[in-house]
Ligand binder design. Structure first.
Ligand code: B1M
Length: 217
């Protein structure tokens, strides 16, 4: 990385924090014209910026509207990057369903998981945000889905993931499906505690995991 690329990444970072969705787009286009990879732009520019936004919210310097603007800027940049991340050659590797836990409206991390899954050739059924447990159960039953991924960002929505697992047991579907969980407050210990099969700390690890699961079948 040279001084120019570092400067562009710093500017992307600052612009996401400032919630300036138009400038983010201009900068992402500029960044793509350098030797920066889409993954570097995501990881070192945009994702780090969202962590800063969280810190500013926690310290009382940012409020919900600023978080929303930053989220919109991040999504704008992320959507522009999507085609650069998707590898059209590697389609149809398998299907999975993703959703944010009930009560949780955060979807940037889940969307990132979805984009990288699609880029790795998996078909994603995206259930969206605030997904009720029975919607996860339904997709497993009706779409014969073998892997579900749940994302949550709030400590208060973590228990909803356990509820999905309970309902899968009740519907006699638990054996046939692999449950993966992730999101900022989620840990391996929590995953073990609720009886999930896997925890992935970030979107790249989630893709590696799903690749290894489909390779086994
Ligand atoms: Co909110 N928010 N938010 N927020 N928000 C957090 C999560 C918070 C940590 C901020 C803080 O206080 N520091 C805090 C939660 C505290 C807690 O629970 N302990 C918080 C709060 C309190 C709230 C509200 C309650 C605020 C309020 O209304 N008073 C409210 C709740 C709304 C709700 O969900 N019911 C709220 C609302 C919002 C906005 C709507 C304004 C907006 C979300 C917009 C959107 O997503 N469309 C928002 C935002 C932007 C954030 C922060 C700043 C950024 C989240 C983000 O997008 N990060 C966040 C602070 C933070 O996380 N430090 C914060 C970037 C994203 C790429 O990271 O989602 O962690 P992340 O994904 C990572 C990994 O976690 C992992 O992969 C990604 C990296 O590759 N991953 C998975 C995620 N899902 C995965 C699934 C997997 C595998 C890996 O497998 C299935």
């Amino acid at each position: 990385m040279n001084a120019d690329t570092t400067n562009i990444l710093d500017s992307i970072y600052e612009t996401v924090v400032a919630g300036d969705q138009n400038t983010v787009l201009t900068l992402v286009k500029q960044a793509l014209a350098t030797d920066l990879t889409p993954q570097e732009i995501l990881d070192d520019g945009m994702i780090q910026a969202m962590a800063e936004v969280g810190d500013l919210f926690e310290s009382g310097e940012f409020f919900v509207p600023e978080m929303l603007l930053a989220a919109r800027a991040m999504k704008n940049g992320m959507n522009y990057l999507k085609p650069y991340l998707v590898d059209e050659a590697s389609k149809n590797k398998g299907r999975l369903a993703l959703g944010s836990a009930r009560g949780d409206l955060h979807d940037i991390g889940k969307n990132l998981v979805s984009i990288l899954m699609e880029s790795a050739g998996f078909e994603v059924i995206d259930l969206g945000v605030d997904v009720p447990p029975d919607a996860f159960v339904e997709v497993v039953r009706d779409e014969a889905i073998e892997i579900i991924g749940m994302s949550c960002l709030l400590t208060t929505t973590m228990p909803a993931m356990k509820e999905v697992i309970n309902q899968l047991h009740q519907a006699d579907l638990r054996e046939g499906v692999t449950v993966m969980v992730g999101g900022a407050p989620v840990t391996q210990d929590f995953a073990d505690h609720i009886g999930a099969d896997h925890f992935a700390p970030d979107a790249n690890q989630a893709v590696k995991l799903v690749k290894s699961l489909f390779d086994k079948t």
